[in-house]
Write a protein that binds this ligand. Structure first.
Ligand code: PA5
Length: 421
């Protein structure tokens, strides 16, 4: 189920010579990334380039997920940023009936949210997975402490050992805690950064607990990997080159617009990926998102007539996975009879097409990325596509797409404020 990238409308806004130059550079960067990338420390943390290799410990994960699905009412995924976004985006969009309710913690410091989460756990059978690469981040660390205390007041140490899974790097304090308490420990590979961790154990346990098909997800990523290899960067290089050419022309913001609200958390994942990878040295397109139709009635005004510094990427879905026709009701006289017999999928598609036409006419470079449908396989393809495109794009900008020193700065300042030695 291939993804299709259509850049026809947006290319018109780029300088043709510069775009061609960026295309060639993007392909060179892709080749270097895939060959030198893993071997050379200059390329940063690139252990995620091969989906099959990143997706380690799958048998162990499948076994634990089966136990959790059988015994848990609630599964709490504790992590922030790259440690929970990829899994959350898929779970929120694809989880069906059955299995435990999935709650998220460790991604805020709001007392109200944490208290509400604890209230939801009362009387339930609870399992947790704490994900923190080096176990230094305040949000997941503090929430683990609260959840641990809450669980220890309800479960024996042996039960706790079954109910707590920790995911971190080998050698971290988190691994020691796992050993000291007999918790299952999963690998957060040192050579994979949080926002590039979708195919690693970081995301896989939660996906399996949600009943999602991990094998189909990894196969989707691998299929995109094979496609990009065969086409020397293919659509990922094309997308990165176009973003670079438009960025150099003065465009400052990329709006990722979707007409399927269940893509909300995938958009959030995308925002984190590009924002944290590219926003350095006062460079990079600012990543923003719109969920339509809702945001057409707010941000749509700005897109149409505001400052011409925006490009827009439409994340389109061919098959929404549901059918609903508007039934005729002439006697009611609501003046919506022009919709009689139409399927909402077609109505939504018409709104999407009309928006692209209107924004194009309003001077916005519009890129279209089409997904045939939303399932584990297409998420695998989409994640891999965006991760490679982002790595190329960062390198085109001349920044390191794999570090996040700016984020570390807020952490240092917060730790000082809180008196951490
Ligand atoms: O992409 C990244 O590296 C970050 O977003 C991290 O995932 C996030 O800061 C959480 O870090 P940690 O897993 O160390 O708690």
């Amino acid at each position: 189920m291939k993804l299709y990238l259509n850049t026809d409308l947006a290319r018109r806004y780029a300088d043709a010579g510069l775009l061609e130059q960026e295309r060639l550079r993007a392909k060179d960067i892709y080749r270097e990334l895939m060959t030198a990338g893993e071997a050379s420390p200059d390329w940063g943390v690139t252990g995620w380039l091969h989906c099959e290799e990143a997706a380690m410990q799958r048998a162990q994960i499948a076994e634990k997920a089966k136990e959790i699905r059988q015994n848990a009412d609630v599964f709490v995924l504790v992590g922030v940023g790259g440690s929970n976004q990829a899994a959350r985006a898929m779970i929120e969009a694809l989880k069906g009936e059955g299995g435990p309710e999935i709650l998220y913690a460790g991604n805020t410091l709001s007392a109200w949210e944490l208290v509400r989460t604890l209230q939801k756990l009362e009387g339930k059978s609870v399992y947790i997975n704490v994900i923190a690469k080096n176990f230094e981040t305040l949000e997941p660390g503090s929430h683990f402490r609260v959840l641990r205390r809450w669980m220890s007041e309800r479960y024996t140490p042996d039960e706790m050992a079954r109910r707590v899974v920790l995911t971190g790097t080998y050698g971290s304090r988190l691994e020691e805690i796992a050993k000291e308490n007999g918790y299952l420990f999963l690998s957060f590979p040192e050579r994979i950064g949080g926002r590039y961790s979708a195919f690693s154990p970081v995301a896989l346990l939660a996906l399996a607990v949600a009943g999602l098909d991990v094998e189909a997800f990894v196969a989707g990523g691998s299929a995109m990997e094979a496609e990009l290899t065969a086409e020397q960067g293919g659509i990922a290089a094309e997308y990165a080159a176009l973003r670079s050419a438009l960025g150099q022309k003065g465009y400052a913001i990329e709006m990722l617009a979707a007409f399927e609200p269940r893509l909300f958390w995938a958009q959030s994942w995308w925002k984190q990926l590009f924002g944290e990878s590219e926003g350095k040295d006062h460079k990079g397109l600012f990543p923003a998102t719109m969920t339509n139709s809702e945001d057409l009635h707010s941000m749509g005004q700005y897109m149409q007539e505001g400052r011409r510094i925006l490009i827009e990427t439409f994340l389109m879905v061919d098959d929404p996975g549901a059918e609903l026709r508007v039934q005729s009701d002439k006697a009611f006289g609501d003046r919506f009879d022009y919709l009689d017999g139409m399927d909402f999928a077609n109505i939504n598609r018409a709104a999407e097409k009309a928006t692209i036409q209107a924004h194009d006419a309003g001077g916005v470079p519009c890129i279209q990325l089409r997904l045939p449908r939303l399932n584990e396989e297409t998420y695998g393809r989409m994640y891999y596509f965006f991760m490679i495109a982002c790595a190329i794009s960062g390198k085109l900008l001349g920044v390191d797409p794999f570090d996040q020193n700016g984020v570390e700065e807020y952490k240092r300042s917060m730790f000082r404020a809180l008196g951490k030695a």
